[in-house]
Design a protein around this ligand. Sequence first.
Ligand code: PGA
Length: 255
Amino acid sequence: MKKIPLVVGNWKMKLGLKESLKLANQLKKTVKKLRGQVEVGICPSFTSLYSVAATLAGTEIKLGAQNMFWEEEGAYTGEISPFMLKELNCQIVIIGHSERRQNLAETDQMVHQKIRRALTHQIMPIICVGEDYEQRRENKTDYVIIHQVTKALEGIEIKTADNLVVAYEPVWVIGTGQAINPSEAEHVHKLIRQTLIDLFPKEIVEQNFRIIYGGSVDSTNVTNFTDLKVVDGVLVGSASLQADEFSKIIQRVKQ
Ligand code: PGA
């Protein structure tokens, strides 16, 4: 049986407070009753989290952050701890997005530490992995994926209540408006699943993990991915910035 699909909007550094509140309110109206058919999350910027949290209170839409630090508290100027996110009722955190790996030199080790810390606070990490264009051209996609998933997760003890998501996001299609061929995504999703099975007991992989696709997902192509047995949902960038378009995606993914 397929798991309840997950649809998460990553608003990146694209919306200020007013725009974030407007969009969250619009989504609230259009995405009224999810009735357990689809799980929806939105990830605004840090400066909008507090207000968006208030807007989402009492709704089924989950709040997510786009990053967090791996320490609990301390002298880490500019960083945000999981405890602070938890205070705002954040249930999701995106970890290791390729834009952070590229622009901020976020390493596999940092990603690993962040995942560990998120789990201690029962925040669901969305762990992003994906090859860049160069790596794809050199036929290194499989190697890169296995390496990133392994480094992110090896040695972590998964408890019964933990929920984790691995998002396959081919770096070279993010933000291009051109998603990859679903059969390529299918191949990588199977590879991620197998890598997880090499790391954890199979029941844990079945029960505690979801594997989602991200990279130029929109309402016209989303079901090409979510119809696949190995795809448990989507991480959406640009197309999550318009209420109508994001709502359409959610409606289409509903089981
Ligand atoms: P995109 O972004 O949907 O605009 O390609 C996806 C992401 O970066 O998570």
